[in-house]
Design a protein around this ligand. Structure first.
Ligand code: MEV
Length: 438
């Protein structure tokens, strides 16, 4: 049973580890050893990681892999992915290769607009609020000039600032709804700094506005924060080829294409399937987002909101057959950055961006959308042909053997054996026990 602790963050790292080892685990010695074993051997690198967050006691590894052969808008990319799920990188690589031989992926940016809001309560005369906003707008914009100056020099900044009336939802609820262009930065800090300054200026100017009564002058700002819903920070990625080129083992191309489109239509029509379908897309998206040091929680939240934008949760991908041509595409909102944040700090993130040839945020949006589309193609292809377990369990085999404690020689023997056998938990256990007893 855990006990409360005072001032944990003030303890040294060793003290924190001692506290965890003695208070939270049954084998303090093993815990200490494990936590230390995952430290970086270079103390400077470890310090960098320690300082990313509070109370760091060790590092948490995820595999960092590369899926090669992605042809996107006629450029070739090896795409870095950080993910634990065994079959994801193999599936991405297979889909990349498949489409490499059929012209590759096409991707385009539809928009790059980010959003931030100041949520406030004003219960007075609405016309007066509107007049106040019109007169205050230039000063509001002026008040953030020092924050926006550098971004503006590079061509970004604030695109629009408007007053929104949401009193039909909550009594007195209004917003300043602001849109931003943050170029190669994800822009969260930039946006939030602008919003907090807007909120401050809004309150100050309201106090001085002669048109308001004393009560109306007291605008109550509830909060100021960016929105992770970015339906206008949107990218589209697509593949297409004549049906006759969709050669998939054991299934005529036409039947495959039709089943594929049907599977996508099912995900468009039915939320239970849509969620799993989109989860497969996020296998690809999150892995690249994470490897490139972007905020995968923000991306997840925004993507799923977008998937429900028409009132029902639905597929992010679409497929059609027209005049003998199979087309498969994704439209997805992605607020990503390739400068700032972890991108200049985390050595593996820097490497990931280098492997991608130092993409702009727009290029990264395209690469990430393609990773999602490729992953979805691989999953749906398996689902409508062999079923998912065959490939998935094959890739999971090493995990199972590691769990059983197999030696390298045993692993090799069993991987060879399972090349033409069905992998299940039971069959692996049985085969392992058989070679053990020999
Ligand atoms: C597993 O991580 C992802 C899939 O379930 C996606 C899908 O069903 O489309 C295979």
């Amino acid at each position: 049973m855990n006990t409360p602790v005072e001032g944990f963050s003030k303890l040294t790292k060793t003290q924190k580890i001692d506290w965890i080892a003695t208070n939270c685990t049954t084998d303090p010695k093993a815990t200490k050893q494990l936590l230390e074993q995952y430290w970086n051997t270079d103390p400077r690198v470890q310090k960098l990681h320690d300082e990313f967050i509070e109370n760091t006691v060790s590092n948490y590894y995820l595999p960092f892999a590369v899926a090669p052969n992605f042809k996107i808008n006629n450029e070739l990319y090896a795409v870095p992915m950080a993910i634990e799920e065994s079959s994801v990188v193999a599936a991405a690589s297979k889909a990349a290769k498949f489409w490499l031989e059929r012209g590759g992926f096409k991707a385009e940016i539809i928009g790059t607009e980010k959003v931030g809001q100041i949520h406030f309560i004003y219960k007075g005369d609405k016309q007066k609020l509107s007049d106040f906003f019109t007169s205050a707008k230039p000063e509001l914009l002026q008040s953030v000039a020092t924050i926006t100056q550098r971004m503006e020099k590079r061509g970004g900044g604030i695109k629009n600032l408007e007053l929104r009336d949401l009193t039909d939802k909550i009594e007195g609820y209004h917003q300043l709804h602001c849109t931003f262009e943050t170029l190669d930065a994800m822009g969260a800090n930039f946006i939030n700094s602008c919003l907090e300054q807007f909120a401050k200026t809004l309150k100050e100017l309201a106090l001085d506005f002669d048109g308001f009564t004393e009560e109306e002058k007291n605008i109550e700002v509830v909060m100021s924060i960016l929105s992770n819903y970015v339906p206008d920070c949107l990218v589209k990625a697509e593949v297409s080829c004549p049906i006759s080129e969709l050669g998939i083992a054991d299934m005529p191309a036409e039947e495959f294409a039709e089943k594929f489109v049907q599977a996508v239509n099912i995900a468009k029509a039915e939320p239970y399937r849509a969620v799993t379908h989109n989860k497969g897309i996020m296998n690809g998206i999150d892995a690249v987002v994470l490897a490139t040091g972007n905020d995968f929680r923000a991306v997840e939240a925004g993507v799923h909101a977008y998937a429900a934008k028409d009132g029902q949760y639905s597929s992010l991908t679409h497929a059609k057959i027209e005049d003998g041509i199979f087309t498969f595409w994704i439209e997805v909102p992605l607020a990503l950055g390739t400068v700032g944040g972890l991108t200049t700090l985390h050595p593996m993130v820097k490497l990931a961006l280098e492997i991608l040839q130092h993409p702009s945020a727009k290029e990264l949006m395209q690469i990430v959308a393609v990773a999602g589309l490729a992953q979805n193609f691989a999953a749906v292809r398996s689902l409508v042909t062999t079923g998912i377990q065959k490939g998935h369990m094959k890739m999971h085999l090493l995990n199972m053997l590691n769990q059983l404690g197999a030696t390298e020689a045993e692993k090799q023997e069993l991987v060879t054996y399972f090349k033409d056998q069905t992998v299940t938990n039971a069959s692996v256990k049985e085969a392992y026990e058989r070679i053990k007893s020999n």
